[in-house]
Design a protein around this ligand. Sequence first.
Ligand code: NAG
Length: 191
Amino acid sequence: MKLLLLCLGLTLVCAHDEGNHDVVTSNFDMSKISGEWYTVFLASDVKEMIEKGSIMRGFMESIKAWDNSSLTLKFHVKIDGECTEMFLVCHQATENGVYTVIYAGFNTFRIIEVVYSDYIIFHLINFNNKQKFEMLILLARNPNVSPKLKERFEELCQEYGIAEENILDVTKVDRCLQDRGSHDAQASSAE
Ligand SMILES: *[C@@H]1O[C@H](CO)[C@@H](O)[C@H](O)[C@H]1NC(C)=O
């Protein structure tokens, strides 16, 4: 009986761990970040940065990691109600997984955690004219994520001092899905 309980216990421990063993929080393999992404959650300590009309309210289409350590981002923002394509080249900072880019000021961002085949969470700090704001961004390989991942994101926002009312569920707004490349026309029409 004791042995049986031990076995059962071990099985439970293993089963419990399973969902998490792909989460990477350091020594990132940036090549695995390349490909298509969807913005699912945006959060900021300065709420207007994620509100309509803000160019920080970006809807990711794809990321490419280059051999020279640069990262290029293709995304859309709505300017005067029009989906506008943006393209940024980000340079790697000295630390693995940390990047800088000039866009509405000076930005530095880093990966908090990633499951290469599923989602990635970035922490971004923007400096502009001695002002500063922070953002947490969740991108996913699919247009939507599980409630569990939403909980994880909310937990991180709390850790970073971002109030719950400053979290935007981007799946509830126009993400310019119709403006993505034709390779994922199917995903767009499914929304
Ligand atoms: C790396 O390569 C990309 C694509 O050719 C280019 O846009 C970027 O400027 C390069 N980065 C550096 C640091 O040279």
